[in-house]
Design a protein around this ligand. Sequence first.
Ligand SMILES: [Zn+2]
Ligand SMILES: [Zn+2]
Length: 291
Amino acid sequence: MDTNELYMLKQVLRIQDDQKEQFIKIFGKKIFDHQRQESLNNFIHEVGLEIFGITDLRQQLDFSEVQLKAALHFCPKEAINFDNSRADQRRDVIYAYLINNHKFPENNDTVVIASSISKIVGNWEQDREKTNLYLSPLLDKQEGKCAHCHAKIKRGNNNLTQPRKDIYKPYYKNRTLQNPEIDHVKAISLDGTNAIENLRVLCKMCNRGKSDKAISVKHELSICSKEIEEVTVANISRLFYHRVALSDSKCDVCEKSNQELTIRKIHEDGLFILSNLRVICYKCEDKKTSR
Ligand SMILES: [Zn+2]
Ligand SMILES: [Zn+2]
């Protein structure tokens, strides 16, 4: 590891979440600019970010993710899920790993780096534990249902009844889409917190489909004329989430907000786009089809 890399690493690991401005000052705005792929490429090349394992440029490089990736890259297995009753400290384990495996010098700089890594990994574990603890009570409060589409969601090893063969809600193709996932109502990146008031449980399908960005016309164009069976689950989830959000998680027919929701095309021969979809609960859908 050369001096530049060491310097870079130290900067990345030291900066707190509330010091993004400082980070931008040091490295320029490039890393936050997802659109300008080229400058991001240059940046990664320039400062050797590839050593942190960031190879997928399509992925959004949120600063805390970069930091966590950097920390994990220099973290031995032993330091993850660290047993706090041990005589030594997580920091010491990381320090030894840096020296023995990454050829770091035995000096105070390395001690500082090891401490930073230890802190970042520790915080991440704490947050993860906290949100996992909340899963069960939150799910109880939501009566075992997804907060967005109101589907019953899987819990532990219990088996839900066989899902419907609904191509607009392809649980039947992939049962893990019914798994519960913690969702931050206000995203961490928008200053949301891990406090329980900011958490809710969604089914994996809704959580996958959630995105802060609006669906662009270009995006709709790329899938709108396909048969639903040919659209990827990720794209169906995205339209599903956003369409249900537009109706405020209520059925467009009965306006109830406690029934499991799905979506249907309004005009069967029309396109698979938000404006040609409506939200309907299975009760109303069953009434419609039995008529
Ligand atoms: Zn859902
Ligand atoms: Zn309804």
